[in-house]
Design a protein around this ligand. Structure first.
Ligand SMILES: [Zn+2]
Ligand SMILES: [Zn+2]
Length: 196
């Protein structure tokens, strides 16, 4: 009975490894960040987390908004859905919230003295100051959360891929995980026009 279950366990182990696709870890040592330009309508995003190169479970979006026109304002946004794991999605979101809180703190920090001057009410400055303190505290908590979620193989706490816009059919990306950039280049080899 005991040897049977050991055999079953060994069989399961073999089957698991038989079906496992080549893990990205077999690719030479992780490389630093890369800039990739690619000419394509459709892109093949490697089915691994773009941050830690573990199997992906979800997606995050990388977008770019192009604005032009002085009198009549135009804008166009393009967006890519990129694979990631749930832990990396969580640290990216926490980092995003930290950034939003910090931006809020700067805005309130600038506006409250102005509002105090306009209203001539000291209380406005005090309330503004308290809001700034609260926002900085929230930003710090979210940043700590992001750092805690960041795994040993994570490239960053921030989004691992940045979309830097397009020019005609050419799209520009910044990859914070060089290993994932290598996988991306392999998966889109015929479309890559620049890689450094
Ligand atoms: Zn991940
Ligand atoms: Zn990560």
């Amino acid at each position: 009975m005991g040897s049977d279950s050991a055999a079953v366990a060994a069989l399961h182990y073999m089957l698991r490894h038989l079906h496992a696709t080549t893990p990205p870890q077999t690719i030479p040592a992780p490389r630093p960040a890369h800039t990739v330009s690619v000419s394509a309508r459709l892109l093949n995003w490697p089915r691994w987390c773009a941050c830690c190169c573990e199997p992906y479970t979800t997606w995050f979006s990388a977008s770019y908004t192009r604005r032009w026109g002085k009198r009549v304002k135009h804008s166009q946004t393009r967006e890519w859905e990129i694979p990631c794991c749930s832990t990396c999605a969580a640290h990216m979101n926490a980092f995003g919230r930290a950034t939003a809180y910090l931006t809020g703190a700067v805005v309130v920090g600038v506006l409250s003295p102005l509002a105090t001057w306009l209203t001539d009410q000291q209380i406005v400055l005090i309330v503004g100051f308290l809001i700034v303190i609260a926002l900085i505290n929230s930003a710090r908590n979210q940043y700590r959360k992001a750092r805690k979620l960041k795994g040993a193989t994570c490239a960053t706490v921030r989004p691992p891929v940045v979309y830097n816009g397009w020019d005609g059919s050419i799209h520009y990306f910044y990859f914070r995980n060089g290993t994932y950039a290598d996988l991306f280049v392999q998966g889109n080899s015929k479309k890559v026009v620049g890689y450094r």
